[in-house]
Design a binder for this molecule. Structure first.
Ligand code: SF4
Length: 316
């Protein structure tokens, strides 16, 4: 019954005739993805009930706003998305602007592609830049320099939802220009990124199972938990009693040895049966933490005082 419905929904084009979504928001990135971006926007027009409820923004949309409007008929929102620019009914979800919201890390767990910097808090502590280099997009994207964006709440929210992360990856374009640099560095230290601070990996399987129990992004956490359980099984000594016990649970009882046959409810049951063995083998070693100034720093702004401040953290 359900299969027949979805067959019609797709093949008879019901999805296109009876658009389901009240609002679709698309963020664009690199200009070299022009073709894919235009195709995505034109496709999304079919998903939204009213064309006026399709919002497009982000880097490409800001830099090539006129060209994008010409290619899609949608007028992009330029610059940073903040509360004042959101439709009234979306403001409660984004009370202070997107810079204060934590990222949805579950998206990274829901895809096959392995992002190298998954084990990091991402964020900004400033926005924009005091300079206006002719070749750079930052003055267009973030024309007003914001010298301080709080970090602590985002770090705490990410830790609560997805577990502690090893590194701190800051996307600031010119952090050394901030008049609040001392406050920022002290906050970074207070968040657990002082020079001598170490990181101990939390139990990612327990976190994935916890998120499955909450019903939060089933697809992502089914993939994540299944992958972690199989990695664990493959590391057990072949022929050992523990390996045999885990084998029976994974292969015979709950059929979670392949992602395709894995049901979230079976993962939860299997976890209950193997968690003691899993925890017995879980001994993470403390590791050095780093702060990564991903966009680099403005060398012209170094002073003795700023170097002193930076020496409180281990950065790269
Ligand atoms: S200093 Fe860097 S971020 Fe600032 S405008 Fe120049 S290139 Fe862009």
């Amino acid at each position: 019954m359900k299969t027949a419905y979805y067959k019609d929904y797709y093949w008879k084009g019901i999805w296109e005739k009876e658009s389901e979504w009240d609002r679709v928001m698309i963020t664009t990135l690199f200009t070299f993805y022009w073709k894919e971006t235009v195709e995505t926007i034109n496709f999304a027009k079919k998903l939204v009930k009213k064309p006026s409820e399709l919002m497009v923004g982000g880097v490409l949309a800001t830099i090539q706003a006129d060209e994008l409007e010409q290619a899609t008929g949608i007028k992009p929102h330029k610059g940073i998305l903040n509360v004042a620019r959101l439709p009234q009914d979306s403001r409660s979800a984004l009370t202070k602007g997107e810079d204060t919201m934590p990222l949805d890390y579950s998206i990274l767990d829901g895809i096959e592609y392995k992002y190298t910097m998954t084990n990091a808090y991402y964020g900004y502590t400033t926005r924009g830049c005091i300079r206006k280099c002719a070749f750079c997009a930052v003055p267009k994207l973030e024309p007003i320099y914001n010298s301080y964006i709080p970090l602590t709440d985002r770090v705490e929210l990410v830790s609560e939802g997805y577990g502690e992360q090893k590194d701190l990856l800051l996307m600031d374009n010119n952090i050394l220009a901030s008049k609040d640099l001392e406050k920022i560095i002290n906050e970074i230290v207070a968040c657990g990124f002082g020079k001598e601070d170490k990181f101990t990996q939390p139990d990612l399987l327990e976190i994935a199972i916890g998120n499955l129990e909450k019903g939060y992004n089933d697809r992502a956490y089914t993939r994540k938990a299944q992958g972690l359980i199989m990695d664990f099984y493959n590391k057990l000594k072949v022929g050992s009693e523990e390996s045999y016990q885990v084998y029976k649970v994974i292969f015979d009882k709950y059929h979670i040895n392949k992602l395709l046959t894995t049901k979230p409810e079976n993962l939860l049951l299997a976890y209950e049966e193997i968690k003691n063995i899993y925890k017995k083998h879980f001994h993470p070693m403390p590791r050095q933490r780093y702060v990564d100034f991903n966009q680099g720093v403005d060398a012209r702004l170094f002073t003795e005082e700023k170097v002193q401040l930076l020496s409180k953290i281990r950065y790269c």
